[in-house]
Design a protein around this ligand. Structure first.
Ligand SMILES: N[C@@H](CCC(=O)N[C@@H](CS)C(=O)NCC(=O)O)C(=O)O
Length: 287
């Protein structure tokens, strides 16, 4: 298990926000994450539930912590939050800095199989396995009470993690998630680069395909989508595909899907519905 290096620590809402870096075995690079620990976890008087938040394209570990408006509600419910970076950085992979939709800031929460990405771009394993094992070992959290949520590319990541690992996450929610990446430019471009030309290999990272075959415990899902989101209007996100797949396949998935008129894709939208997402997860985590 890699050692954690503390970068910063700030008191906030009866808890602490800490930033750590560590050498990751999955991505073979230095990775950075933020963690919010309510005082019960800071003082190790209690093992608290933990929520993982996955950010979108161009983001790093800071966007959600600084602009998501989550910490007050996490503190009230005594839930820890982990916000990882969205990709490895500075690995020297050819082309990694050339395009904001691919490489740095755009890991897409997949384990790449194609060159030149395969060695470092392993964000699925990093987030689902390595980071969670590390957090479980190093902090006063109850790993049996884990949920996941995210925004845009991170909403896609959250849905994929939950649908592929029945029973592991108690609930999943997403703000403007990329719901059917095999059929939108956000998805096809990255899957072709990271996973190769065989679209069969893409299915395991596509929430709309995964939900058709979901087997396992009941999974509560909440999705919010801004009605004036330009990426929604240009069909990059396609929540209706996920809704139809969920309803027609009649799997054990309990979906609440909401479109919020007038909201766009930004963190102004995300922070507007953050309280409601934390409440949703708290119902499933705090028992
Ligand atoms: N850079 C893109 C936009 C990328 C974008 O909207 N990223 C979203 C996630 S998909 C985000 O959260 N950006 C960072 C932020 O708003 O803090 C553009 O110019 O169209």
């Amino acid at each position: 298990m890699s050692a954690l290096e503390l970068v910063s620590k700030n008191r906030c809402f009866h808890g602490e926000v800490r930033k750590y870096t560590h050498q990751s075995t999955s991505t073979q690079s230095k990775m950075t994450f933020n963690i919010f620990l309510p005082d019960a976890a800071v003082n190790s008087t209690e093992k608290v539930p933990v929520l993982y938040y996955l950010s979108g394209l161009t983001c790093n570990e800071d966007n959600m912590i600084t602009k998501g408006g989550a910490l007050k509600y996490l503190s009230e419910h005594k839930i820890a939050l982990v916000a990882p970076d969205t990709s490895p950085r500075g690995c020297g992979v050819p082309g990694e800095e050339d395009d904001w939709e691919l490489g740095t800031g755009a890991g897409f929460y997949v384990d790449a199989t194609q060159e030149p990405w395969a060695k470092h771009y392993r964000m699925y394993t990093y987030v689902h396995s390595e980071l969670q094992a590390l957090v479980g070992e190093m902090f006063s959290v109850d790993a049996k009470r884990t949920s996941v949520f995210g925004h845009s590319m991170g909403g896609h990541g959250a849905l994929v993690l939950a649908l592929r690992n029945p029973g592991h996450y108690r609930s999943v929610s997403a703000f403007a998630p990329i719901c059917h990446p095999s059929t939108s430019n956000w998805g096809r471009k990255q899957f072709a680069a990271y996973l190769g030309a065989n679209e069969e290999d893409w299915r395991k990272y596509d929430a709309t395909e995964l939900v058709k075959e979901y087997e396992g415990e009941e999974l509560p899902v909440l999705i919010d989508q801004g009605g004036d989101d330009p990426f929604y209007k240009s069909k990059q996100l396609q929540p209706s595909h996920f809704v139809i797949a969920t309803e027609s396949s009649r799997r054990n998935v309990r979906l609440e899907n909401r479109v919020q008129p007038g909201y766009d894709h930004s963190y102004w939208f995300v922070q507007s519905f953050m309280e409601s997402h934390i409440e949703f997860h708290a119902k499933h985590l705090v028992q």
